[in-house]
Design a protein around this ligand. Structure first.
Ligand SMILES: *Cc1c(COP(=O)(O)O)cnc(C)c1O
Length: 399
């Protein structure tokens, strides 16, 4: 019997446990003092009413033998896929069998690796959402980090790639920096992937938060979908989630697009993913899929957008507040995260302790997202307005 020892190479996911334990120590010492949490990457606002109505109706259907449903189709109900194609991919002519509904994309992003040999070389942005790295470490693949630093506006440059990459992860807009990659730069990655027979794994979890999507200057637009780029259907898989955009982090629903044009070594990846999903899943709850369908109703769209605007207004308050105090601040315009430089005399964790002990503010040390995050800190805009205002107000004492 042999255990997968690649797991032993994973860095202890100590970031969030360490954040929690240091916060607990502070709470014990400072009973009654209010903590402002700008660390969490989870939504706070309640689900829109039309979504709740749709879910309640679906529950009633399940309680009546005439409308009861058993197993759902493994890749999702057509009623939801049709809405996704009509609302999200109107100009891209996708068929129903190119859209795969899932219980959130964290699962898909990890599971997609079933399709790819363990000898592939993987390019991962630094800093970025930690799942891409960890899932590949579990499989033992070679990782090449793509630097995202102030000099390249936190978007990696394909011209700096030293070794041929087979899999390329792009999180656009990026978590944790809150910055989006423009079409011009992304096109070069797409061209690279097609020239080198690589596959781009494109995480669009924050697509609905983009504000630079319709600039006059098309090259600087941040794409809402990777398929806006020439040749993307031949090289890219896109992941989209209802989690952050519609408040589904607890309900669980997302989708993955695997185009039928995506062929490597004469093998159609859409066929492989279909086979994989039909074997290893039994679909997503009917009730949740009815809830997701309601996201696309006019009422649903309106309420979801209101919540997104609320979070992005928080981001603006955090961004401007930090900037006025004198910090070097980035992001916060195309994703609900603000990324800022730590004052020179502090290390990442010293800064964490300083903010907590002096201002009662909790944030996320940038180092948790990669080596290049060492001199940075992330504030999340997924909080209550009062907390955001109070936090910035307290920080003014920093000057
Ligand atoms: C939150 C998040 C996810 C996870 O999405 P789920 O659909 O809830 O699994 C994926 N990618 C990024 C970048 C995220 O921030």
């Amino acid at each position: 019997m042999f255990v997968n020892k690649n797991f032993l190479s994973l860095k202890e996911s100590y970031l969030f446990t360490e954040v929690v334990s240091r916060t607990e120590v502070y709470k014990k010492k400072n009973v009654g003092k209010e903590i402002i949490n700008l660390g969490v990457g989870d939504v706070k606002k309640a689900l829109p009413k039309v979504i709740i109505e749709a879910i309640k109706n679906a529950v009633d259907e399940m309680g009546d033998e005439k409308t009861f449903r058993g197993y759902s189709p493994e890749t999702g109900y057509n009623f939801l896929k049709e809405e996704i194609i009509k609302n999200e991919y109107m100009n891209f002519e996708f068929d129903l069998d190119e859209i795969f509904i899932s219980d959130g994309i964290a699962a898909d992003i990890g599971n997609i690796l079933d399709l790819f040999d363990k000898n592939n070389v993987v390019g991962i942005c630094d800093p970025v959402y930690p799942e891409y790295l960890d899932t590949n470490v579990m499989d033992g693949r070679e990782i090449i980090f793509l630097d995202c630093v102030a000099e390249n506006n936190f978007c990696p440059e394909v011209e700096n790639v030293k070794k041929k990459l087979d899999l390329i992860y792009i999180c656009n807009p990026n978590n944790p920096t809150g910055i989006g990659m423009n079409k011009d730069k992304l096109q070069r990655w797409i061209d690279y992937a097609n020239e080198n027979q690589s596959v781009v794994l494109y995480d669009g979890a924050y697509e609905k938060f983009i504000s630079h999507g319709n600039l006059d200057d098309n090259k600087n637009n941040i794409p809402h979908s990777v398929y806006e780029l020439n040749g993307a259907k031949e090289c890219a898989i896109e992941f989209r989630s209802f989690s952050k955009s519609a408040g589904f982090t607890g309900l669980r629903c997302g989708y993955t697009v695997v185009p039928k044009n995506l062929v490597r070594e004469k093998i159609n990846l859409n066929k492989l993913w279909t086979r994989r999903q039909c074997t290893k899943t039994n679909g997503v709850s009917y009730i949740v899929q009815r809830g997701a369908q309601a996201v696309f109703s006019s009422g649903g769209e309106k309420e979801c957008m209101e919540n997104i605007r609320y979070y992005m207004e928080n981001a603006k308050i955090i961004f401007n507040g930090l900037k006025n105090i004198g910090f070097k601040v980035f992001g916060g315009q195309d994703a609900p995260y603000v990324w800022f430089e730590i004052p020179e005399k502090y290390s990442c964790w010293e800064w964490f302790d300083f903010l907590l002990n002096n201002f009662g503010i909790v944030g996320t040390p940038g180092i948790g997202f990669g080596k290049n995050g060492e001199r940075y800190f992330r504030f999340s805009a997924f909080g209550k307005r009062e907390d955001v205002l109070l936090g910035i107000d307290r920080l003014k004492r920093y000057i």
